[in-house]
Design a protein around this ligand. Structure first.
Ligand SMILES: Nc1nc2c(ncn2[C@@H]2O[C@H](COP(=O)(O)OP(=O)(O)O)[C@@H](O)[C@H]2O)c(=O)[nH]1
Ligand SMILES: [Mg+2]
Length: 325
C-alpha cells in the first residue's frame, strides 16, 4: 500500500487503513516519519473536523465503562466514534486499554467505532505528537467524535486538554467534604465534571459529591471560553446509562456556543501554534542529544557544575557558544 493508496483508504473510513496509518505515525524510523508527514499533509487538505473530547480520571473511576456506554450512546445517535488512549506509563504496564478492551467489548465490535490503545513510549513529548497525529487521522477518516482518554496523572491531562475541544473530568462519589484531592489545576481545565457511579447505593453520595463540585467550580475564576453556567458538574452512571444523554446535551451546547463565538477556531489555532513550538523544541533537543561533540561537552560541563567549578549559567552559555560554530 503506497501513501496515495493509504490516503484514499483512510479518507474512505477503512478502519484497517486507519490502524495502519496510526502505526505509521507511531514509528520512529526516518523513512516512516517522512511517509507519515506526507500522509498527514495529504489528509489535512480534506479539512474534516471531529469533536475532540479529552477524558480524564483516576484509575477505577469508571473511564473504560463510561467510554463503552457513552460510545454506544453516540453510535445510537448515528455518530462514528474513535477512542484513543494516552498512558505515559504504558511502556511499563504494557498498555492499560488492552485489559480494558474487555470493558469496551460491545463498542469494539461496532463498525462505527475505532479503539486504539496507547502507544508504548515513555517520553511524554513523543506520546503527545503521536496522539495528536492519530487524532488528525481519525478526523480525516470521518469520525464525528474522537475521545482521548488519559489516566489521572498531571502532565498527561494538560497534554490531552491541549489537543481537545472539550475536556471532561470523571470523578467518583466520595463521602466527606474533601474534594478527593483533585488538583486545582486539573479542575480548572475541566469543562464538565461528571460524577460517575450515580446509581444504586452510591446515588445519594454521588449527588452530594456533585453539589460539592458545582460549588467548587463556582469559586473558580471565570474563563473566556465559557458561556453562563459552565463549567458544570453533573452526575452520570456508566452502568445504568443515567445522565448520559444530559451530559451529551451539555457538551453539544458548549461546543455550539464556542463555535458561534469563534472560540472554537481560536482555540484550535492557538493549540496548533503550541504544537508547532513544542515539536520544534523536541526536535532541537533530539538533535543536540545526537551530536556526540555537544553530548560530550554537556557531560563534562555537568561534572564541573556538580563539583562547583563552574556555575550552571556559565556552563549553559559555553554549550550555546559551542553551538554557534
Ligand atoms: N456502580 C457503578 N460502578 C461502575 C460504574 N462505572 C464503572 N463502574 C465500576 O468501577 C470499576 C472500575 O471501572 P473502569 O471502567 O475499569 O475504571 P477505569 O480504571 O477508570 O477505566 C469497575 O468495577 C466498574 O464496573 C458506574 O457507573 N456505576
Ligand atoms: Mg480503564
Amino acid at each position: 500500500m503506497d501513501t496515495q493508496d493509504l490516503t484514499t483508504r483512510v479518507m474512505a473510513g477503512e478502519r484497517r487503513a486507519l490502524a495502519r496509518a496510526i502505526t505509521l505515525v507511531e514509528s520512529r524510523r526516518a523513512d516512516h516519519r517522512a511517509e507519515a508527514t506526507r500522509l498527514l499533509e495529504a489528509l489535512a487538505s480534506a479539512g474534516r473536523e471531529a469533536l475532540r473530547i479529552g477524558l480524564s480520571g483516576t484509575p477505577g473511576v469508571g473511564k473504560s465503562t463510561f467510554i463503552e456506554a457513552f460510545g454506544m450512546f453516540l453510535i445510537e445517535q448515528g455518530l462514528k466514534v474513535a477512542v484513543l488512549a494516552v498512558d505515559p506509563s504504558s511502556a511499563r504496564s504494557g498498555g492499560s486499554i488492552l485489559g480494558d478492551k474487555t470493558r469496551m467489548e460491545q463498542l469494539a465490535r461496532e463498525k462505527n467505532a475505532f479503539i486504539r490503545p496507547s502507544p508504548s513510549q515513555t517520553q511524554l513529548g513523543g506520546v503527545a505528537r503521536r496522539t495528536r497525529e492519530a487524532v488528525a487521522l481519525c478526523e480525516a477518516a470521518g469520525f464525528d467524535v474522537v475521545l482521548i482518554e488519559t489516566v489521572g496523572v498531571g502532565q498527561s491531562e494538560t497534554m490531552v486538554a491541549g489537543m481537545a475541544d472539550l475536556f471532561l473530568l470523571l470523578i467518583a462519589p466520595a463521602g466527606g467534604d474533601e474534594l478527593q484531592g483533585v488538583k486545582r489545576g486539573i479542575m480548572e481545565m475541566a469543562d464538565l465534571i461528571l460524577v460517575n457511579k450515580a446509581d444504586g447505593a452510591l446515588l445519594e453520595t454521588a449527588t452530594r459529591t456533585c453539589a460539592d463540585y458545582a460549588g467548587a467550580l463556582r469559586l473558580l475564576r471565570k474563563r473566556a471560553q465559557d458561556p453562563e453556567g459552565y463549567p458544570r458538574a453533573m452526575t452520570v452512571s456508566a452502568l445504568t446509562h443515567d445522565g448520559l444523554a444530559e451530559a451529551w446535551a451539555a457538551m453539544q451546547r458548549l461546543a455550539d456556543w464556542r463555535r458561534a463565538e469563534g472560540i472554537w477556531s481560536a482555540t484550535r489555532a492557538a493549540q496548533a501554534r503550541t504544537w508547532f513550538e513544542e515539536d520544534l523544541r523536541q526536535a532541537l533537543l533530539a538533535r543536540l542529544e545526537r551530536d556526540p561533540k555537544i553530548r560530550g561537552l554537556v557531560g563534562d560541563l555537568g561534572e564541573q557544575v556538580a563539583t562547583g567549578r563552574i556555575s550552571p549559567t556559565a556552563a549553559a552559555e559555553t554549550v550555546l557558544a559551542a553551538l554557534g560554530d
